[in-house]
Design a protein around this ligand. Structure first.
Ligand code: C2E
Ligand code: MG
Ligand code: MG
Length: 759
């Protein structure tokens, strides 16, 4: 038996020595205390080995010393290790630690005195295995030793217990194992002490304790903790996660997966079935696979991204796989909402201009077989609706119109809101019968329940003849057609033709050229004589002509409408007025009595102070104001009538003669006529010539001339083309005459020659 223990002890000594050396090499903070512990645990075992092997008292006594001092060193290093392993901040407990170290040192010192005083122990011989075996006889000092060792040992034990209780259960394992062996060793050691059995078997427990300490402090990794951590991470990620083993059996799912599949985390055998029921494809047979899938449709649609990942061991052999399912519904819905908002008009819900243009472009480009048409809808006088009824009503009208378009549109039409009150539409030409649309437009009424409001929609249509042009140009063309609608109340649709485009190009060209044309005197006044009852020339009307360097002789109708529209007419008029003044001031002798009438466009009132402009001219050329006659038309009075009347009064007061041009061809208001500051009423024969019944025309003319004289106005008939007309008008009492019968408008020099020939 002694030999057996000797062998066991020797093996343990070698093992602990080895562990001690391995620990020294480790870089962990706990490594040094562990290595001390391994080495110090050797000392009492060596003591016991000596005791077991020796058969004489001296050797046994040396063994006993080694044993006891070794025990001190052992609890010493155990305590040291405990502080480090249990993360006890050594510095804050420094004093308590010093006490432990001091009493252990005292115990060692006490043993040094034992050979002299014998106060700790003595030796007695007994027979073990038929050989003398020296066993220790404890004295008082031995009790001191035991108390000290127990104190130090239980302090360590106590620290371990506290630590094991305090840490999360997952960590407690590494404390409990060491704690358990420590308790076992201490109980065994106590049994040895009190049973007085010759061989200290508890050394085995201490050695096991040292081995466990070596393993747990340097090599142990809490795999359960790792498991728990991974499971935790897998639970917290936004995806549903499902783990499968090598034979594709589901072994774990996270909470998201459990919610998604509506399966409890325990009923994993139903996972496959649920997955197949939910998704079209679950990547069966594929280990690395991904797919985007939609469940349901419309507002209830749910969007998922499924990904399957293979898990392999270090030899690249499949050990399992996991499937992640991400519910992308919120992001995709948000994206869809953003796209919707970017492509749809907020107010009407129709496509925005940009989006509509894109859709139409793709459609026309990709379908060259079908012929398409583009329609431009405009709400007539929408600005007025807004101004008079307010924006809310205006918005309401827009919504109603949008709904009307939506309602009437066929599935294969594209439409949207392309401006404030403008809507755009693209349709295959053969799907629309314009007659029906015209009829619908004429009946288009918005009703708010009690009041029906007729809304005038004007539609310009461009039949796409050239699919390669930009969609915006197609709409420009449709818009152009829409703007061409003049007879607004009976006609709602106009179709684009190339003349409209030519007109636009022409307008652009002449607008760009006007400034140079004036500077280079390409713009000139022609004069058309005005005669009195006797046929004598008493004055002339200045009528503008453009002697264009490339286009040739341009009469007013080729450019005046353009400049009336863009306001550039004011530049022409100012220039013609100046020319008229120049001419008047150049006339001497007989011609000094002649006057020139100049035309004033209604637009001029917006761009300048007409009175100041003309008055300055007359002053500059030192002319008698009555020689520069002012021709205005009825349209001038259609807006700001009072203000306009005041201006005309100012002219008259300053000695100008004011003529009402084209009387009867515009929106004549006879009521206004009585208040208007006028001198001459100019009646255009053209409007009478148009009348089918000549007799009635004569009656009107006679009455207008009488009205004129009754109002104290002079009358001037223009457009007199025949002698008969002249005689008749003369007989009717007309005062002045102008027309081809007397002379056509002519260059100034020609006019001057004509006057000279008549004189
Ligand atoms: P308006 O002021 O009523 O001018 C009379 C127009 O009748 C002139 O046409 C003249 O040539 C034409 N006319 C005169 N006698 C006869 C006739 O016996 N038979 C026919 N068929 N026509 C006759 P024009 O010169 O082509 O001018 C057309 C219009 O252009 C003018 O009508 C006037 O409204 C405008 N206009 C002409 N020059 C100016 C200008 O300098 N400034 C402005 N703002 N408008 C002008
Ligand atoms: Mg005129
Ligand atoms: Mg006229």
């Amino acid at each position: 038996m002694r030999l057996t223990f000797a062998i066991i002890y020797s093996v343990l000594i070698v093992l602990l020595g080895l562990f001690g050396m391995i620990s020294r090499r480790s870089k962990k903070t706990v490594a040094l205390p562990v290595s001390y512990l391994e080495f110090t645990f050797i000392v009492p075992i060596v003591g016991n080995l000596i005791i077991v092997l020796s058969q004489n008292e001296l050797l046994s006594t040396i063994g006993s010393y080694t044993y006891f001092i070794g025990m001190d060193l052992m609890v010493f290093s155990l305590f040291d290790f405990t502080l480090s392993y249990c993360h006890i901040p050594w510095r804050s407990h420094r004093k308590k630690c010093y006490v432990i170290y001091a009493i252990l040192t005292l115990d060692i010192i006490q043993y040094l005195f034992n050979p002299f005083f014998g106060q700790a122990f003595g030796m007695e011989a007994i027979m073990v295995d038929n050989a003398p075996y020296y066993r220790l006889v404890p004295h008082i000092g031995q009790i001191f030793h035991r108390i000290i060792v127990y104190i130090a040992f239980f302090t360590s034990l106590f620290i371990f217990i506290i630590k094991a209780i305090r840490v999360p259960r997952i960590y407690a394992e590494k404390y409990y194992v060491i704690l358990f062996t420590m308790i076992l060793a201490s109980l065994w050691q106590s049994y040895y002490i009190f049973s007085r059995t010759p061989i200290d078997r508890s050394m085995l427990a201490f050695a096991v304790c040292a081995i466990l300490i070596f393993y747990f402090s340097l090599f142990y990794r809490p795999f359960r903790l790792l498991d728990r951590m991974l499971a935790n991470i897998a639970s917290k990620i936004p995806e549903a996660v499902l783990f499968f083993d090598a034979s594709n059996r589901c072994i774990w799912i996270n909470n998201n997966a459990s919610q998604l599949l509506q399966i409890s985390t325990e009923k994993l055998d139903r996972v496959k079935h649920r997955l197949s029921a939910m998704f079209d494809d679950i990547g069966e047979g594929n280990d690395n696979w991904s797919s985007k899938q939609v469940i349901g449709s419309g507002k209830n649609a749910q969007y998922f991204t499924l990904k399957k990942h293979l898990v392999t061991d270090s030899n690249n052999k499949k050990i399992g796989s996991f499937l992640t399912i991400l519910d992308n519904t919120p992001e995709i819905k948000k994206q869809q909402q953003e796209i919707y908002e970017a492509t749809h008009d907020k107010l009407t819900g129709l496509f925005t201009k940009e989006h509509l243009f894109n859709v139409i472009k793709n459609r026309i480009v990709n379908d060259k077989e079908t012929s398409y048409s583009i329609a431009y809808f405009d709400i007539k006088d929408f600005k007025m609706v807004n101004d008079i009824f307010g924006n809310t009503t205006g918005d309401n009208v827009l919504i109603r119109v949008a709904n009307w378009i939506k309602e009437k549109a066929q599935d294969n039409w594209n439409y949207g809101r392309i401006g404030g009150d403008a809507f755009g539409l693209c349709y295959p030409t053969n799907t629309v019968r314009l007659g029906i649309v015209e009829d619908r437009l004429s009946k288009f009424v918005i009703s708010n329940g009690t009041i029906d409001q007729h809304i005038l929609l004007h539609v310009g249509i461009y039949h796409v003849t050239d699919p390669s042009i930009d969609v915006s140009i197609m709409f420009d063309r449709a818009h152009l057609a829409q703007k061409s609608i003049k007879n607004e109340y009976n006609m709602h649709i106009a179709i684009y033709d190339d003349k409209m485009r030519d007109q636009v190009l022409w307008s652009q060209k002449i607008s760009a050229e006007l400034e140079t044309a004036i500077a280079q005197r390409q713009i000139v006044p022609y004069l058309q004589p005005i005669v009195d009852k006797n046929g004598s020339i008493i004055g002339a009307e200045a009528l503008v002509r453009w002697i264009h360097p490339t286009e040739g002789f341009l009469p007013p109708f080729t450019f005046i409408p353009t400049f009336e529209k863009n306001g550039m007419i004011a530049e022409i008029d100012k220039y013609i007025w100046r020319c008229a003044c120049e001419i008047l001031s150049s006339w001497t002798d007989e011609k000094e009595k002649l006057f020139i009438s100049v035309n004033i466009s209604p637009k001029d009132f917006y761009f300048m102070d007409i009175y100041a402009e003309i008055k300055n001219l007359v002053d500059e050329f030192k002319l008698d104001p009555s020689r520069l006659r002012i021709e205005i038309t009825e349209t001038v009075m259609m807006t700001e009538a009072e203000n306009r009347m005041a201006i005309l009064s100012k002219f008259r007061k300053s000695g100008f003669i004011v003529e009402m041009d084209d009387f009867g061809s515009g929106y004549s208001s006879l009521n206004q006529l009585k208040d208007m500051p006028l001198d001459v009423l100019k009646i255009d024969m053209k409007f009478l010539n148009k009348a089918e019944d000549n007799h009635k025309a004569e009656i009107i003319l006679r009455n207008v001339l009488r009205l004129s004289s009754d109002l104290g106005l002079f009358s001037l008939t223009e457009g007199v083309e025949t002698e008969d007309q002249y005689k008749m008008l003369n007989e009717m009492g007309c005062n002045l005459f102008q027309g081809y019968y007397f002379a056509k408008p002519m260059a100034v020099a020609d006019f001057e020659k004509l006057c000279a020939s008549k004189a």
